[in-house]
Write a protein that binds this ligand. Structure first.
Ligand SMILES: NC(=O)c1ccc[n+]([C@@H]2O[C@H](COP(=O)([O-])OP(=O)(O)OC[C@H]3O[C@@H](n4cnc5c(N)ncnc54)[C@H](O)[C@@H]3O)[C@@H](O)[C@H]2O)c1
Length: 367
């Protein structure tokens, strides 16, 4: 009897991962635990499979019974405007969530964690190999996310080293595609939803900051191979991403070609926005040979446009992406783009940890 728990399984990547897990014939039960902070029940509304149960609640404290053979910890917002708005809640989801999940692991079970290229901070080397220790500001505006990811990596590697727990840690680079929130706030979804709504495409800074754009189908294929399909026992950390390095401006210009009447507008740079991102895939190629990002960003963007077009037609989303905790942190927020909520104070710690889904007001930042 194989019992699997997916924390954050109603989110963008988590829901695609659940779809892949359900292709497994050895799976008996899949418990999805999600508090709907940035996820949505819509993301798994298509699933008609009696092996799946959905529990809405915080992974730190949801009433979960029994132990699990495989645990996938994806419970954390990935988008800066969302995690910056509730930083303590972000730390809790990652760190306290990981503590809780370790306690739910059956003897001999495996826990997998989606860490991030953000552990490299604003990298001083390119491409970034897993051995690069990073350049992270532990008191900066991205610290809640970056440092909680680093802390969970430390926790899992210690559990592996000291207690022999089987772990799999991936460092994901930017992922995009269908099931991203319309108000996610990162570059591709922002540009696409702006274009579809007749708005200018807003680029922070000069747009020369580069990113690794991994299309969701490719990334989840890499996860499935590493986490269970290839029988790999490498604990990680393993970079998973597209090693074709493309600037934010280039992506905006590509989308503008599809919507030539939309201007590109430059806004002040986002705080501590990493200047470059590109995974070194040397270890990846040894662990999951033959895996690659087969969908180029242009094709991925086209598919994402089609998906958002259909979604926005169904249900008009809020006009602007979440924005900012930027004001309290003394970060420039373009007033013209953030009409109302930019001055919203930070929630108290207890509320921040316990609170429900609440769109920060806002802008676009690129992870
Ligand atoms: N999307 C990316 O580009 C990217 C890049 C690097 C790493 N990651 C990591 O991948 C994971 C998934 O990212 P995503 O893009 O799908 O984000 P997402 O925001 O769509 O999904 C996160 C999910 O976790 C849920 N959640 C948050 N806190 C929770 C809690 N305390 N208890 C239960 N559920 C909780 C949210 O409601 C949401 O459904 C995250 O850990 C993220 O850090 C994503």
């Amino acid at each position: 009897m194989t019992r699997i728990l997916v924390a954050g399984g109603l989110g963008f990547i988590g829901s695609h991962l659940v779809d892949r897990l359900l292709q497994r014939s050895d799976l008996d039960e899949c418990l999805v635990v999600d508090n709907l902070w940035t996820g949505s029940e819509e993301n798994l509304a298509h699933v008609q499979d009696s092996r799946v149960r959905i529990l809405v609640g915080d992974i730190e404290q949801a009433p979960i019974v029994g132990k699990f053979d495989e645990i996938y910890h994806l419970a954390s917002p990935a988008s800066p405007p969302w995690y910056m708005t509730q930083p303590l809640r972000t730390i809790s989801a990652n760190v306290i969530g990981a503590m809780r999940l370790l306690g739910l692991l059956a003897p001999g079970g495996q826990v997998a964690y989606t860490s991030t290229s953000e552990v490299y901070g604003d990298p001083l080397v390119s491409p970034q190999p897993e051995s690069y220790r990073g350049s992270v500001d532990c008191t900066g505006p991205r610290a809640a996310y970056d440092e909680s990811k680093r802390c969970v990596e430390a926790m899992l590697f210690e559990a592996h080293r000291v207690m022999g727990v089987r772990i799999k840690v991936v460092r994901l680079f930017n992922v995009f595609g269908p099931r991203t929130r319309a108000d996610d706030g990162r570059a591709v979804s922002n540009f696409v939803t702006q274009a579809l709504r007749g708005l200018p495409l807003t680029v922070y800074g000069d747009g020369s900051q580069s990113r690794s754009w991994g299309y969701i189908d490719d990334i989840v294929e890499g996860l499935a191979r590493y986490f269970w399909r290839d029988g790999c026992d490498y604990p990680g950390p393993l970079n998973v991403g597209n090693d074709r390095e493309i600037s934010v401006l280039e992506v905006a210009k590509y989308i503008q070609k599809r919507f030539p009447e939309r201007p590109i507008v430059h806004l002040p740079p986002a705080p501590q926005d990493p200047t470059n991102r590109r995974p070194d895939l040397t270890i990846n190629r040894r662990m999951i040979p033959g895996w690659d990002c087969a969908v180029c960003y242009e094709e991925g963007v086209d598919r994402t446009i089609d998906w958002f077009r259909a979604e926005l037609a169904k249900q008009p989303a809020p006009l602007l992406a979440p924005a900012p905790v930027l004001a309290p942190l003394d970060i420039v927020t373009p007033a013209a783009l953030v009409p109302a909520a930019a001055e919203k104070p930070l929630a108290p710690v207890s509320a921040a940890i316990a609170g429900g889904a609440e769109a920060p007001s806002g802008a676009q930042l690129d992870l």
